[in-house]
Ligand binder design. Structure first.
Ligand SMILES: *Cc1c(COP(=O)(O)O)cnc(C)c1O
Length: 219
């Protein structure tokens, strides 16, 4: 299937209230431009260097989301233009984003990445850490950051029950924090599990290979 067919196919499966983040990591600028021309404006990349290389070559109205683990010393390279950092997994990182956003006289939207997968390898905050950080945000500790929601990744497994269980943990936390202060975005679901994520309450999905095709290496 072509990129266009893939894209239309994914779009047709998304309810109107669900945002699509097209994950373009490892794919060339030409492929991103093709999806842009179909109307897509929100794209996700997981590496700062790749993002900073692609960003100047593409239309200015793309909303770039950083979805991969971010080292504090690299925040400065994206602070000027990044729309949303979905992968905030420490207070140190949040402090750095706040500092760099202030330098650029702006606010940066972020999602707190919560560890919901049983797999050891996944980054993310524990539930208690997430609540603590959110409270500090409400107390005004990060004035140049806007926490707009939560992001999570389920275990890479065929076991649908397991995936549903993990997504529901994040949905429950989202509902709890949303009572304290209104949140916009619950980002969960990728190419293989986005329909389950939507059933579990996601209103933003991050889809890469189902649009752009297989990546040559897995990340
Ligand atoms: C690569 C990636 C995706 C997209 O994965 P696909 O399986 O290609 O859809 C989503 N979220 C994160 C955090 C990723 O790193």
């Amino acid at each position: 299937m072509s990129i266009q067919e893939n894209y239309n196919n994914i779009k047709s499966q998304l309810p109107e209230n669900v945002e699509l983040v097209a994950v373009s990591k490892t794919h060339p600028v030409s492929a991103i431009q093709e999806v842009y021309n179909l109307g897509q404006r929100v794209f996700g990349e997981n590496k700062v260097q790749e993002l900073t290389e692609k960003h100047p070559l593409l239309p200015k109205d793309i909303q770039w989301h950083l979805i991969g683990h971010l080292q504090t010393n690299k925040v400065k390279y994206i602070a000027e233009f990044i729309d949303t950092i979905q992968s905030v997994d420490s207070e140190k990182l949040l402090n750095e984003i706040n500092k760099e956003a202030a330098k650029n006289k702006r606010a940066i939207k972020v999602l707190l990445q919560v560890k919901i997968a049983e797999e050891e390898s996944k980054f993310g905050l524990e539930i208690s850490e997430t609540k603590d950080l959110f409270q500090k945000f409400i107390n005004g500790d990060f004035p140049n950051v806007e926490i707009t929601g939560l992001m999570g990744m389920a275990t890479f497994t065929e076991d649908e029950t397991q995936i549903r269980k993990e997504f529901s943990i994040l949905k429950n936390l989202f509902d709890e924090l949303n009572q304290i202060r209104k949140l916009e975005t619950l980002s969960m679901g990728m190419s293989d599990d986005f329909p389950i994520a939507i059933e579990s309450g996601a209103n933003s999905v991050r889809v890469g290979s189902a649009i752009f095709g297989r990546r040559d290496y897995s990340i």
